[in-house]
Each structure stands twice: as C-alpha cells, then as structure tokens.
Design a protein around this ligand. Structure first.
Ligand code: PLP
Length: 387
C-alpha cells in the first residue's frame, strides 16, 4: 500500500466528487450551459449549485465567484486583471507583496515590473511569516494593491491577512490573497478577512485538477485575461466546464462539512511525526511558524540531500516532496526557504510532509521507520565516502 503524504501538491479526489462529475460527463456530455434547451439548462443549474457551495465555503455571495482554470489563472486574473482594470489609475502605481508568494503570483509581479509598476516584496521572518506592521510600513501614497497569501504551500505558514487587510483598507488599498492552500482546510470567510479578491483551487481540496475560482468582492473591477463570450459576467470568457465545476462544488460541500478533519486528524498525526522526529533525530530542524496549517511539516536533515531522501522514500512507496520547485529538469533551491534566511545547505536538505484527512497512525509509523533507515544509510555512505 502506498502512503501519500503530499497533500499540499494535491488532495486525492473523493468518490462523491467523481460521481458528481460522471453524472455530467456521461449523462449529458454535450450540454453547453449557455444553450437554452433542457440539457443546457440542467448544466447551468449544476454550475449555479456549485457556485453556491463554493460561496458558502468562503462566506461570500454566489455572484462574487468567477470560475477559472485553477489557482494559477485565479492569481493571474487577480493581480494582472486588477492592475489592468483600474480606471484612470496612478501613472506609476505601486504594489506590495511578500518574498514567499507562489510563482503564480510572483511571476505576475515580475511582469508588472517589466511594465513599469513598482513592487515591494516584504521579507518574512525566520519562521516564514510576515509582520503586518512591516507590510503597512511599505505602503506608499501610490500603493493600489497588496497581495499576500493566506497559507504557504511549502511551510504552511499562515500570514496575518486580516490584519494586513484592515491596515490596507484604511488607506484605500485593495487586497488580494492567494488562499489556494487554506481553502477547505482552515476555516475563514472573506468578509472577516476583509479581502477584496481571493484565489482558490479545487484540487487542493479533493476536487478535480483544472478548475479554480476567484472571489471578487462586489464593486471591484478587473480587466478579463481571456476575451470572447460573455460567460462569468464577462470576467472570464469560454464555455464553462460543467463537469469540473460540479466536481469542485461537491468538493467544497464536503470540505465545509468535514473541515474539522484537517484539525482533528492531520494535526495529531503531524505533531506525532514531529515529536518522534525530534526524539530520534535531534539534529533535524523544523521550519515552523507560530501559526501554521495543521497538516504541513517542513523539516531539514542537515548533511543530507532532500532529493535523495524523497527518491528513497518513493522506492519505499511513500510520497513526500522537497521544498523546492523543479525547473527544466534541474531542482532549484526553494525560493521560499531561501527567503526565510536559511543557508543553501539547509534548503537543499529540506523535505515537505503534508498530511491529509485520509491518513492514519500507521502512515506515520511507516514514514518514521523508512526515514530512520534512509537517513542512517545515507549517513553511513557520507561517512564512508569521506573516510
Ligand atoms: N497558489 C498556491 C499557494 C499553490 O500552492 C498553488 C498550487 O500548488 C497554486 C497557487 C496554483 O494552483 P493550481 O495548481 O490550481 O494552478
């Protein structure tokens, strides 16, 4: 039996989600929700039902949800669409963000810079969290947007988004938050957070890949990134993928009903893993923010290669990941861990273990046993090579 401990990369699809999608894929496969006939209108009904479930999950009105092809497109629409959609905006606008955003936001920031927008990236502390006061200190009279993620994909660090939004609002600055890792895992609602725009993705909560959504507070204008038909209130052209959206809706419904399982199931497993690791490998170092997703563990094994550990665990049937992103086949050191001030050797020795509600005690035991053997074997090899 394989042990899957990479839920921050993707949460396995639930059977209920698959069934909701199958009904649309096989039942009325050609139905276009814009068609006036019965099958089209039934597809429309499923889409609007899903929109209600997703709105209920994050505490907004259904009309404030715009479907996208995933978290990446939601982030692009939020950041680039907001900046392009400002009516008669500042000639030299300024955007505030952080040094640990997902590439889906970071690459948009770079693209804005190429077009003359000034961007300040607030540094995180050693634990991976930003300080709301430091974010506020970087606001300028020309600042129009602050984009700060809610939970980090590599470390699970939860950022003080509500506090940042409160300070931004007082100055008329719009706030976007990438909540792809938080939605469906920790309870929050967009009104209490006080954000204007927020990105989510279905496959991080047990829905299908290729579908996500943007919460767009009523009254906020965005320039669409895709031009064409009038779908999604002219925010995102293209025939809505009814089956993917129905699957997303079902995943959101389950996530809302079973939200407590992330806290109730994954936190004890994660804490047991970390407790036992500390006892068995006193040299192991955890990158743990005071506020963190309950399922995520980022752990460095000094003197070891994270890539080698991840591959060896895979051979044992255990899926975890490194903290680093892969680019054209070459593993680059994690930008997030580097931004936390960790030396390169520590970055390169860090693995990410992300538990999910379907994990159990025996998964932790398998992981601990396998890690013990792998680290001992590698230490032996390193010592032998050095002697
Ligand atoms: N933002 C964060 C924080 C993520 O972790 C991810 C996915 O890993 C994304 C955005 C992109 O989402 P998607 O894979 O749906 O495009």
């Amino acid at each position: 039996m394989r042990v899957y401990l990479d839920h921050n990369a993707g949460v396995p699809m639930r059977r209920e989600v698959f069934e909701a999608m199958r009904a649309l894929l096989l039942g009325e496969p050609a139905a276009n929700a814009s068609s006036p006939h019965g099958p089209g209108q039934r597809a429309r009904y499923r889409i609007e039902q899903a929109r209600e479930e997703i709105a209920a999950l994050i505490g907004c009105e259904p009309a404030e949800i715009v479907f996208t092809s995933g978290g990446t497109e939601a982030d692009n629409l939020a950041v680039l669409g907001f900046m392009e959609g400002r009516a008669g905006g500042e000639p030299a606008p300024h955007v505030v963000s952080t040094t640990v955003e997902h590439p889906a936001v970071e690459e948009c920031l770079k693209s804005l810079e190429e077009r003359g927008v000034r961007v300040s990236r607030v540094r995180v502390g050693a634990s991976g969290a930003v300080d709301a006061g430091e974010v506020e200190a970087s606001f300028l009279p020309e600042t129009v947007l602050a984009s700060v993620m809610l939970a980090n994909n590599e470390t699970g660090a939860i950022q003080p988004v509500a506090e940042i939004a409160r300070r931004a609002r007082a100055r008329g600055i719009a706030v976007h938050s990438d909540a792809v890792q938080a939605a469906g895992r920790i309870p929050f609602d967009v009104r209490s957070l006080g954000v204007d725009v927020l990105s989510i993705s279905a496959h991080k909560m047990g829905g299908p890949q290729g579908i996500g959504a943007l919460y767009l507070r009523r009254g906020i204008e965005l320039a669409p990134r895709l031009l064409g038909g009038p779908q999604e209130r002219r925010r995102r052209a293209g025939t809505e993928p009814a089956a993917l959206i129905a699957g997303f809706g079902e995943a959101a419904r389950l996530a809302r009903e079973e939200m407590g399982r992330w806290e109730g199931v994954t936190r004890p497993l994660r804490d047991r893993f970390e407790g036992e690791m500390t006892a068995r490998f006193p040299e192991a170092r955890f990158h743990a923010a005071p506020l963190r997703l309950p399922n995520t563990s980022s752990i460095a094994f000094p003197g070891h290669s994270a890539e080698a550990i991840v591959m060896a665990l895979d051979l044992e049937g255990i899926a975890v990941s490194t903290g680093s992103a892969c680019s054209s086949g070459a593993a680059l050191p994690s930008r997030v861990l580097s931004a936390m001030g960790l030396p390169e050797w520590e970055v390169r020795s860090t693995i990410r273990v992300s538990f999910g509600p379907s994990n159990a005690e025996h998964d932790v035991e398998r992981l601990l046993a396998a890690l013990g053997e792998i680290v001992a074997r590698q230490s032996h090899l390193t010592t032998a090579a050095g002697s």
